[in-house]
Design a protein around this ligand. Structure first.
Ligand code: ADP
Ligand code: NMN
Length: 203
């Protein structure tokens, strides 16, 4: 049984969730893990000197829990898939198939233990003004307070991006302004090629 782990990183509102969900729908035997399911409760997230809750850092996330989910999939993708979809796989397709894990999130390449696992890494980027605009339509829990984007989110993006570039390489940057369908087609085609290559390695 072969495994492939694909990372869909990117800026806040770059289009990670949109792309990852479509990719997951298109790829048989795929699972999806989203980093924003692992935010700590806001009551334990500290505030910075400006009174802004520090959500845009690895400390705000239960990365240990996220890693344990990723590692469960790596140990036994068939069981995890069965758990998530309720569908059983016959043994021969389980043995010959390629299982794909899609991991999406804004800090997935900043966390070394996770970053080390990716076979393919994508990073969706959009310009400042588009990012600010898309974010203004999103309602997080808790919602962004006034001034949060310019006072906290954007400076943290710049810092996190610098850290990411110091830590990792071989990232494919994607222009998040492109139509959703085009982004999906690009990534789907590359991942499909990789799946075909892995399958051929069996013959
Ligand atoms: N390629 C795209 N072009 C235009 N808008 C997009 C695109 N991808 C996503 N969006 C929109 O941007 C917003 C944020 O998308 P989302 O996938 O939730 O981003 P992220 O998961 O990176 O925060 C949503 O309103 C979504 O519909
Ligand atoms: N899901 C949550 O519990 C929560 C709470 C507060 C802020 N956020 C924001 O989520 C962002 C990351 O997620 P997106 O990449 O989907 O925008 C961060 O910029 C963070 O400020 C999320």
């Amino acid at each position: 049984m072969k495994r492939l782990i694909v990372g869909i990183g990117g800026m806040t509102n770059g289009g990670k969730t949109t792309l990852s969900k479509s990719l997951h729908q298109r790829i048989p035997n795929s699972c999806l893990i989203a980093q924003d399911s692992y935010f700590k409760d806001e009551s334990i997230v500290p505030v910075d000197q400006n009174g802004f809750k520090q959500f845009d850092t690895l400390d705000a996330l239960h990365m240990d829990k996220m890693m344990s989910e990723v590692n469960s999939w790596r140990r036994d993708p068939v069981s995890i898939q069965k758990e998530k979809t309720g569908l059983d796989l016959n043994l021969s397709s389980a043995n010959t198939g390629v299982f794909v894990l899609i991991v999406e999130g804004f800090l997935i390449f900043n966390y070394r233990p996770l970053n080390d696992l990716f076979d393919k890494k994508y990073f969706l980027e959009i310009p400042y003004d588009v990012c600010k605009k898309r974010r203004s339509f999103r309602v997080y829990t808790p919602p962004d307070p006034p001034g949060y984007f310019d006072g906290y989110v954007w400076p943290m993006y710049l810092k996190n991006r610098q850290d990411m570039e110091a830590l990792t390489s071989e990232i494919v940057f994607l222009d998040g302004l492109k139509p959703k369908e085009e982004l999906l087609a690009t990534v789907f085609e590359e991942v499909s090629k990789e799946i075909t290559r892995l399958k051929a390695a069996y013959m």
